[in-house]
Design a protein around this ligand. Structure first.
Ligand code: ZN
Length: 336
């Protein structure tokens, strides 16, 4: 079952949204690559091993983990279509994942529950959801892809944010990534003109934290601006990241020549929703990276009151609508 294409959606974009890799896959097969589709919406393209050749970098690109975040689907579809015209330019072993296929079709963030909280062993009440089963498929394919890969491992999980942000693009980077991978990742994020980086000390079950922790990948959740309808995203907003992604796949550094270094933040506190009584102290229009004064109230949940510490903190991902027990926002402070 496929969503009828509207005239504004290109064939390549609609194919990727439908997890139809046939055109891209046949181009790489014809060029001699080993191509596999281990599950629906997952494509692997690897060079056939040559005697004495150094291991190629392994790059995982995921899109549509939230079904209504369509900009990255458009960006990736165009990149793959262009690359498929010159398949020998691919300089890495590549895995592409289209995350929440049912939610993409429905134009929704998720069907039962947030897929980007499922990448952990303990799922509690989320265990029986459609997204838990999908996460299992993604995890199995991801572990297999990185098993035996060379030392250079990347995972860029591409999203768009629900709400406006003082930094239109930003990335969440797991603290536990090794120094070399972290430096390369931060350098690439700068090339992609990403405005801010949040160093994250603990998993909340995201896909990129999982690959960093379990696959040794330089993984990052990359937020690229606003939610939009498939085929109607303003791709000029994604130009810098598209160029940097293309360079990553071709093994060449490319991006804006005067990209500023991203501002770096660390997490001061995670705001967990403890009950249905959870209330935030600000309204839903609050932008990401809005600054709150020292001591200010952040949220209230029964007897628990979350307040800003002794220094100013900025709020990111405020979302009081999450399930009880999940993160309703995080507070960050700038460190560089
Ligand atoms: Zn998202």
């Amino acid at each position: 079952m496929t969503t009828p294409a509207t005239p504004s959606v290109s064939a390549a974009v609609q194919a990727l949204a439908d997890a139809d890799f046939s055109a891209v896959a046949s181009a790489f097969v014809a060029a001699g690559f080993a191509v596999a589709q281990p599950a629906q919406g997952i494509l692997q393209v690897k060079a056939r091993p040559a005697a004495g050749a150094a291991a190629r970098p392994s790059v995982l690109l995921s899109v549509g983990v939230h079904g209504d975040e369509t900009g990255p689907i458009e960006v990736l579809a165009q990149l793959l279509a262009t690359l498929a015209e010159q398949p020998q330019a691919l300089a890495v072993d590549l895995m592409v994942c289209v995350g929440n296929l049912h939610a993409i079709r429905a134009g929704r963030r998720f069907i039962d529950a947030d897929l980007n909280r499922m990448f952990r062993a303990e799922r509690g009440t989320l265990a029986g959801t459609a997204e838990a089963a999908r996460a299992d498929e993604l995890i199995a394919a991801t572990l297999a892809f990185f098993d035996g890969a060379g030392p250079v491992r990347w995972h860029l999980d591409l999203h768009t944010a629900i709400r406006p942000s003082f930094y239109p693009t930003f990335a969440v980077v797991p603290d536990l990534i090794g120094d070399a991978g972290k430096a390369a990742l931060i350098g690439w994020l700068g090339q992609a003109a990403i405005g801010a980086i949040i160093m994250n000390p603990a998993s909340v079950g995201t896909y990129s934290y999982y690959t960093a922790e379990h696959c040794g990948a330089a993984g990052s959740t990359v937020e690229l601006g606003r939610i939009g309808t498939l085929g109607q995203n303003d791709l000029s907003l994604f130009a810098d990241v598209a160029l940097a992604l293309d360079g990553l796949l071709r093994g060449v550094a490319q991006g804006p020549t005067v990209a500023a270094a991203p501002h770096v933040f660390k997490v001061a506190q995670q705001i967990i929703k403890l009950s249905d009584g959870f209330r935030m102290a600000f309204d839903r229009s609050t932008q990401n990276f809005t600054a709150l004064a020292p001591g200010a109230e952040i949220a209230r949940d029964g007897d628990t009151v979350y307040t800003v510490g002794p220094a100013e903190e900025l709020v990111v991902f405020p979302n009081p609508d999450v399930r009880v027990g999940l993160r309703a926002g995080m507070m960050v402070v700038r460190i560089a």
